[in-house]
Ligand binder design. Structure first.
Ligand code: NDP
Length: 277
């Protein structure tokens, strides 16, 4: 069975298990929804009955995810957006409101990663990573928050990282940008207390996605090691001895969405398989 068919089957299985979808009538936007964690989050939201807008820069990928969700019986649309560009975010938000009526759930998932020893961090790398991982979520949250506040209900989930909470060698720009994201989340959470809108962070360890595959290829190219060997090394470094799956991260994101999650505000949910901090 092809990967996408397997995932479609999983979405249908989840939809059958939850015979009464809990998010019927709700609209959701997932940034970076074209692959990896974002695509898994979009599938989880659609399986619960939310109408989903999948957004990223690569049209083919978001169209493929939206089509897959529709084939599985969900309601889904693809809108191109670069989260670092305020005009692009404003246009995407306007179109999402048009298509969905209301955007009740926002998952700020778009992100990029690079690694370099501290003295080799370039200004370009630092600024690019901060612009996608920290400024992007700020711009997208600012675009959707006013309507959520007006309705007195909303859920914003930011996909951060264990690198939001811990430092490690060679990931200065990435970790700093993800610390910024968690800092922003905590501050916004304090402002949102009592409004009916919540904002929280999910902090995964290494996840089996295209981003991690690229990382593995980069390390292999730099060290001359075989990619499989690098992957095994990475798996062995994880507390659970394996990479986290995108579906496990999606499950954590979904924890913050239901009505009953109203008092989860400014929290960080670590998805790492052990050794949380
Ligand atoms: P992928 O590289 O697999 O997917 C990233 C997604 O973000 C893509 O859809 C990409 O689409 C989109 N994206 C990147 N830049 C932009 C931009 N400027 N505007 C809009 N969309 C953008 O990554 P993952 O699924 O692995 O990661 C998703 C999130 O999870 C990221 O925030 C990442 O930092 C975080 N994370 C990942 C971990 C991992 O081990 N993989 C661990 C912990 C956290 P496009 O390029 O087409 O725009």
């Amino acid at each position: 069975m092809r990967d996408s068919e397997q995932r479609g089957e999983e979405a249908r299985r989840m939809a059958r298990r939850h015979s009464t979808p809990t998010l019927s009538g709700k609209g959701a936007v997932v940034t970076g929804g074209g692959r990896g964690i974002g695509a898994a989050v979009a599938r989880a939201l659609a399986a619960e009955g939310a109408a989903v807008v999948v957004t990223a820069r690569t049209l083919d990928e978001i169209v493929a995810v939206a089509e897959d969700l529709r084939r599985s019986g969900g309601s889904a649309h693809a809108i191109v957006c670069d989260v670092t560009d305020q005009g692009s975010v404003a246009a995407m938000a306007a179109r999402a409101h048009e298509l969905l009526g209301s955007v009740d759930i926002l998952v700020n998932n778009a992100g990029v990663a690079r690694s370099a020893p501290f003295l080799k961090v370039t200004l370009d790398e630092w600024e690019t990573i901060h612009r996608v991982n920290a400024t992007g979520p700020l711009l997208v949250a600012q675009a959707f928050l006013p309507a959520m506040l007006e309705r007195g209900w909303g859920r914003i989930v930011n996909v951060a990282s264990v690198a939001s909470l811990l430092g490690a060698r060679y990931i200065t720009s990435y970790a700093a940008s993800k610390h910024a994201l968690v800092g922003m989340t905590r501050c916004l959470a304090d402002e949102l207390a009592g409004t009916g809108v919540t904002v929280n962070s999910v902090c995964p360890g290494y996840v089996d996605t295209p981003m991690t595959n690229e990382n593995i290829e980069r390390i292999a190219a730099k060290t001359g090691k075989d990619a499989e060997e690098v992957r095994t090394g990475l798996e062995e470094m994880q507390p659970g001895g394996r990479l986290i799956t995108p579906e496990e991260v999606a499950h954590a994101v979904m924890t913050f969405v239901p009505q009953e999650a109203a008092s989860l505000q400014g929290a960080e949910l670590v998805v790492r398989g052990g050794g949380a901090r």
